[in-house]
Design a protein around this ligand. Sequence first.
Ligand code: GDP
Length: 310
Amino acid sequence: MRITALAGGVGGAKLAHGLAQLLPPEDLTVIVNTGDDFEHLGLYICPDLDTVCYTLAGLANPQTGWGRADETWNAMANLARLGGPDWFNLGDSDLATHIERTRRLKEGQTLSQVTRDFCAAWGVRHTVLPMSDQPVRTIVETEEGELPFQEYFVHRRCEPRVKGFRFEGAEVAEPAPGVREAVESADAIVICPSNPWVSIDPILATLTPALSLKGRGNIVAVSPIIGGQTVKGPAAKLFAELGIEPSALAVAKHYRNLLTGFVMDAVDAELLDGVRGLNMRVCVTNTLMRSLDDRMQLAGEVLRFIGETI
Ligand code: GDP
């Protein structure tokens, strides 16, 4: 079964990792959000792409879910001592990724070429694609004005109240090479349990002008909201500030025009009828991925659920 997964960072990477344990490399492509990429310290940084690649490579920090395992922070500490900007933490090993990526991009390589080479170097055998080689930038509309995503997310710690989002460049950016083929040849598209507003919506905004996902067979999303809460990150806060009660049902409603199926946690079983009422099939299971076994178990459930309708 060929699966194309759409993923942001931590939540998306965990399910992608589970799927990668069960599917051969030719059957899994992960399309990753680049809306929160940014330039910092002269370096081109791709937080979600790196989180997915490090996770698939077994190099990710198991505590944070992002960054590298066994990381050291000497460069950052020395940068701070010199008065440099230290609000975005970059570990020493991680810095090598950004330095080499920036060098290659300046030489004229595309982001997808660099990603492919890095995956080969890290031993990632499944295909990981940035959503686009052209810049798409998530802009957060807040009560204090518009903020670039990392400025809002890391520097301001998601404090300003959110009014909405826009994805600058999405209407003109082309899907990266391989994205169209991955979507068109997939038996199913899996929307990973990533933040709907700032991880998945930028991908959908970039892909849909060129590629219609709707009506393309199975499209299944896994809820990143469990029991009304996020496992990590600001998704629930964003829902609330946008006037929507955070819940798995709210996630299903958010994607309602796209989905054929929805996977939500057993603690949310009382929402089952509400989600079914949106005209989609529902799978209720354990969706909290604390261990590699959890990732594999959830990936297995998702594949079984998809398999029921292929
Ligand atoms: P970010 O770019 O690093 O914030 O990554 P994502 O958007 O991919 O992940 C953030 C979302 O993942 C949050 O809404 C979390 O609730 C969700 N998430 C993280 N871990 C898990 C998990 O184990 N299970 C589920 N269902 N969601 C998770």
